[in-house]
Design a protein around this ligand. Structure first.
Ligand code: MN
Length: 746
């Protein structure tokens, strides 16, 4: 044994480690019947063989990844052997010669279907215009009607990729992290997988907003001891009284808020870390039988309010009506020791499990307890039905679908009634028209108004929980594009779009006739190839658009001069992609900057422009986005549009870096918000600092005061982030309680 060559020794260590991890997986699964054990073993063998000799970016054998995903599935989500087998084999079809047919032959159609849902569509099947990411996401969701396990395993996969994101290149980190924030965290939220959602969010901002992430981590660590002391002090009288009242307290703990939600709060309210007062919540978990759990929670609530004063309007009752993702609990805010407001969450052990582990836990409870219909059944079913509705609408492009879907992931729900008393649930902010389409697509299409609680309202009227809604229709009504601006539900949107497309298709026929006549007049044969040339000439993205615009006169008949159109000219960029680039048209005054401050990709010569949506300044973390017709645009990594760009068009992201030495004569526009206690002379002191002391040019400045506080907005020219941060810290010293934050430049 001790004469093994280094290579063999390495292989032996690797094999031992793989087996060790495999055994850990079996332990996480717990005792299994013999045929399930065999299933896991076979899946493991297939994966091991398929990934043999391949390694991850980190240098580890590839098989570590599927093993880890399977372990997350078993241990953190509590999924069963079939899902775990799929987790083991989730990358097999994509990365090896094993085909779906092979899988079906060995493991049956059910597992093959799940694996199919998990297998990414290869990028080569796409034209550059469509989003591979969006298509993949849709493909995964298409299996939702068959099997939710696809999504659950996919989330495990994503979680492990996020946990190991350290070892991939920066541009990939940004792409994956943004995608996660944009799609997977909301999806986890919708499925009630709180622990996973929180971890995905925190891991995402670790890469997209590294500096602020580190800052929060540091500050949280710094006041940890103080926080723990406070939590102990808060809990002490509570614990005693709850037990004295005969409640079985499973656990009382102080739960720190996630880094992501702290950062959200700082951004939303424009406040520094120190001013986020609810850094933690107290969670009380009670052991209770399912029949008595609500009652027990309310009893706990009343005991708490005996000890601490509540903030009257801050009771959130998700016991009576659970959230759309199945969340049940009682939340209240009370005045704790040292006059601090503290959020308290009360729930049973079962509710806690469902809140943390979501759907999977819910099914487990359902399987083990009685057969009663739980509120979660209805909400999940409802949501699934809505997703299915969207999926059935094949006309929707993948990106439109994604928009609708994402909206539905995030929205909470309201319950409204038909005049007959049937209950329907809709996303918050749904309008009367949404309700119409919810009832029937013809009713929506003919809707001219509604009676809400017997009062006449317009179709755009937003509905509230408990409203009774009666739709008024007219045969004369016609669907119009303006409706898309206020409807909320995917169902209404897709039905309206379909109507419009149908109308458009009809008009387009006329446009095509007009064009064909033009060709006949000059005796040139009109065919599809010709039509495409006209399309390119007028920079339309489809023949439908071309014909339609001719029909409605947007392309004037006089402008259709066949001879000119057919004259040889330079290749035009296709117009299709313009829409994809954050909706902007190529501007005529676009002047590329060449090789000045930024290196794009590895190419020192690549042209770029600084994007107007976030105005990067030297020192900001940045990335490049390849547009069509406008070269590369440079965005800040925390640009408001970045997450959507990176997740939808990941393949067009290109890394970009500031050169270490840049031209200091150049100045960049940046915005600051300054708030504080109103004080005589504060405005002049601010402007003094900016213009005199630091020799900065201001573009604009505005100040307003309100009940003893003031707020100012300053747009100024700066050289880089060091310069700007210097300015911020100087400004913060001009008076007490002054806060200065960087803001987006409009
Ligand atoms: Mn994977």
């Amino acid at each position: 044994m001790d004469t093994l060559s280094p290579e063999l020794e390495k292989a032996r260590l690797e094999r031992d480690e793989i087996l060790k991890r495999y055994r850990a997986l079996l332990r996480a699964l717990g005792p299994l019947p013999r045929e399930k054990k065999k299933l896991i073993r076979e899946a493991f063998d297939v994966a091991l063989e398929a990934h043999r000799g391949t390694y991850r970016k980190s240098g580890e054998p590839y098989i570590f990844h599927p093993l880890a995903v399977a372990h997350i599935a078993a241990h953190e989500l509590g999924l069963g052997p079939s899902s775990v087998a799929c987790a083991l084999m989730h990358d097999v079809v994509e990365d090896s010669d094993v085909t779906l047919d092979d899988i079906e032959l060995r493991f049956g159609p059910k597992i093959a279907r799940i694996i199919n849902g998990l297998t990414k569509i290869s990028a080569v099947h796409f034209e550059s215009g469509s989003s591979v990411q969006a298509e993949n996401f849709r493909k995964m969701l298409l299996t939702i009607s068959d099997d939710l396990r696809v999504i659950l395993v996919k989330l495990c996969d994503r979680l492990h990729n996020m946990r190991t994101l350290e070892s991939v290149p920066r541009s990939t980190q940004l792409k994956i992290a943004s995608e996660t924030l944009f799609l997977y965290a909301p999806l986890a939220h919708r499925l009630g997988l709180n622990a996973i959602k929180t971890e995905l969010e925190d891991l995402s901002i670790k890469y997209t907003e590294s500096e602020r992430f580190d800052e929060i981590v540091q500050k949280l660590a710094a006041n940890k001891a103080q926080r723990s002391r406070y939590i102990r002090e808060f809990i002490e009288p509570l614990d005693e009284k709850l037990r004295a009242a005969g409640l079985k307290v499973h656990e009382i703990k102080g739960r720190p808020k996630s880094i992501f939600s702290i950062l959200q709060k700082m951004k939303k309210q424009g406040i520094p870390f120190e001013q986020v007062y609810d850094l933690f919540a107290i969670r009380i978990i009670i052991d209770s039988e399912q029949q008595k759990e609500k009652e027990d929670c309310w009893r706990a609530f009343s005991i708490i309010t005996d000890i601490y004063k509540t903030q009257g309007d801050r009771l959130r009752d998700w016991l009576t009506t659970p959230k759309a993702n199945g969340y049940e609990a009682l939340h209240t805010t009370v005045l704790g020791p040292k006059a601090k407001w503290v959020e308290v969450q009360i729930r049973s052990k079962r509710m806690e499990d469902i809140a943390e582990r979501g759907l999977a836990a819910h099914w487990r409870y359902k399987a083990t307890s009685s057969h009663q219909h739980t509120p979660q059944d209805a909400t999940f079913d409802n949501w699934l039905n809505r997703v299915k509705d969207m999926l059935e609408n094949r006309d929707l492009s993948a990106l439109e679908f994604l928009d609708d879907f994402k909206f539905n992931l995030l929205s909470e729900e309201i319950y409204v009634f038909t005049p007959k008393g049937d209950i329907r649930n809709l996303p918050v902010n749904s309008t009367a028209l949404d309700f119409g389409f919810e009832i029937h697509s013809d009713i929506g299409a003919k809707c001219i108004g509604a009676k809400v609680n017997s009062k006449l309202v317009p179709i755009s009227h937003p509905l509230k929980n408990g409203d009774v809604v009666e739709i008024i229709t007219s045969q004369k009504q016609r669907v119009n594009e303006g409706w898309l601006e206020f409807v909320i539900t995917g169902k209404a949107k897709s039905k309206i779009r379909n109507w419009l497309k149908e109308e458009k298709r009809k008009s387009a026929e006329e446009g095509k006739d007009i064009l064909a006549r033009k060709f006949r007049n000059v005796k040139v044969q009109f065919n599809e190839q010709m039509a495409n040339r006209v399309m390119r000439y007028f920079e339309r993205s489809s023949l439908l658009d071309l014909y339609y615009d001719i029909a409605i006169g947007k392309i004037a008949k006089d402008h259709i001069q066949v001879s000119r159109i057919l004259a040889p000219r330079e290749e035009q960029p296709t117009a299709g992609e313009e829409i994809a680039v954050s909706g902007s048209k190529p501007s005529r005054d676009y002047v590329p900057r060449k090789n000045e401050e930024i290196i794009v990709g590895d190419d020192h010569e690549l042209n770029y422009t600084l994007s107007k949506c976030c105005n990067p300044i030297p020192g900001d973390p940045i990335f490049g986005f390849v547009t069509i017709g406008e070269g590369v645009k440079i965005h800040r990594v925390n640009c408001p549009n970045a997450v959507s760009l990176m997740s939808n068009y990941g393949y067009r992201i290109i890394k970009a870096e500031w050169k270490s030495k840049f031209n200091f004569d150049k100045a960049f526009l940046a915005g600051l918000r300054i708030t504080g206690i109103d004080d005589v002379g504060i405005v002049s002191r601010t402007t003094d600092i900016i213009s005199k002391e630091l020799k900065v040019n201001m573009k604009s400045i505005s100040f307003g005061s309100n009940a003893g506080t003031f707020e100012g907005t300053i747009l100024l020219y700066t050289h880089d982030t060091t310069h700007l941060n210097d300015l911020i810290s100087k400004l913060e010293k001009i008076g007490k309680h002054i806060t200065v934050t960087r803001i987006e430049v409009e």
